[in-house]
Design a protein around this ligand. Structure first.
Ligand SMILES: C[S@@+](CC[C@H](N)C(=O)[O-])C[C@H]1O[C@@H](n2cnc3c(N)ncnc32)[C@H](O)[C@@H]1O
Length: 205
C-alpha cells in the first residue's frame, strides 16, 4: 500500500459552507473592496499578476480543476499575493446561484473552452442565458473582459453580447491588455493571435 503525499494547505481556496446560497463575500475577504472575478482562472497566470498590481481590489477565481488551483496557490504564496480567493465549482452554476446580485465590479474570461466541434457548441460558456445571469451579478457600469484564440467562438461572443441590450462595447485599460495569460502565451508562440472583446453593463431600459 502506498501512502499519499501530504498536500500543503491551499490558502487561496475557499470551500463554501453551502453551494446553495450566495457566497458570503464579507466573510471570504477581510476588506469590503471592489470585487473582480476571473472565470476559468487556470494556474493563475493572469490573476496573480493583476491582483499584485491592484492590492486594493478583491479577486475571486472560479476554476474546476484542483491541479490548477494547487499551482495557483503555490504561485500566489511565492508572489506574496493575498487578495485572491478561489472557488472550485462549475462556472455557469457559480454565476447563477453563488455570486450575489450586483456584487461584481469586473469579470475576466480568458480562453474559455472553445468546444470546436459544431455538435458541442451548446456546451460553450458564453451563451445568452449565461450573459443574462452575468448581468445580474455585475454592478451597474461593471465590465466584462473576454479573450479567445478561436474565431467561430469569437463570432458567437460578439453575437451574444451584441444581442443583449444591457451590454455596450467598451475599451480595456492598457495595463490590463498588457498582461498575457498562460494559454495566450502558448497560442501566440504558435502564431495564433488573441481576439478580444469587452463590454460595460448599462442601465436597463
Ligand atoms: C483554456 S483554459 C484557460 C486558462 C486561463 N484563463 C488562461 O488564459 O491561461 C480554461 C480554464 O477554464 C477552466 N474551465 C473550463 N470550463 C469551466 C467551467 N465550466 N467551470 C469552471 N472552470 C472551467 C478549465 O479547467 C481551465 O483551467
Amino acid at each position: 500500500m502506498s501512502a499519499s503525499r501530504p498536500q500543503p494547505e491551499l490558502t487561496s481556496l475557499h470551500t463554501p459552507y453551502s453551494y446553495f446560497e450566495p457566497l458570503p463575500l464579507d466573510c471570504i475577504f477581510p476588506s469590503n473592496a471592489p470585487l473582480e472575478v476571473e472565470i476559468g482562472c487556470g494556474n493563475g497566470s493572469f490573476l496573480i499578476t493583476y491582483a499584485a498590481q491592484n492590492p486594493e481590489t478583491n479577486f475571486l477565481g472560479i476554476e474546476r480543476l484542483l491541479g490548477r488551483i494547487r499551482k495557483l496557490d503555490r504561485k500566489a504564496k511565492r508572489a506574496g499575493v493575498s487578495n485572491i480567493k478561489i472557488v472550485r465549482v462549475e462556472a455557469a452554476y457559480c454565476v447563477e446561484y453563488m455570486l450575489p446580485p450586483e456584487s461584481i465590479h469586473a469579470c475576466h474570461i480568458y480562453f474559455p473552452d472553445p468546444w470546436p466541434k459544431k455538435k458541442h457548441w451548446k456546451k460553450r460558456l458564453i451563451a445568452p442565458k449565461f450573459v443574462e445571469q452575468l448581468a445580474v451579478a455585475l454592478q451597474l457600469g461593471g465590465r466584462v473582459y473576454l479573450r479567445t484564440d478561436n474565431e467561430p467562438y469569437f463570432e458567437q461572443i460578439l453575437q451574444v453580447f451584441g444581442d443583449n441590450k444591457r451590454f455596450q462595447a467598451t475599451v480595456a485599460p492598457p495595463e490590463l491588455t498588457q498582461i498575457v495569460t498562460h494559454f495566450e502565451r502558448s497560442f501566440n508562440a504558435e502564431g495564433i493571435s488573441t481576439l478580444r472583446a469587452q463590454y460595460r453593463l448599462r442601465e436597463a431600459d
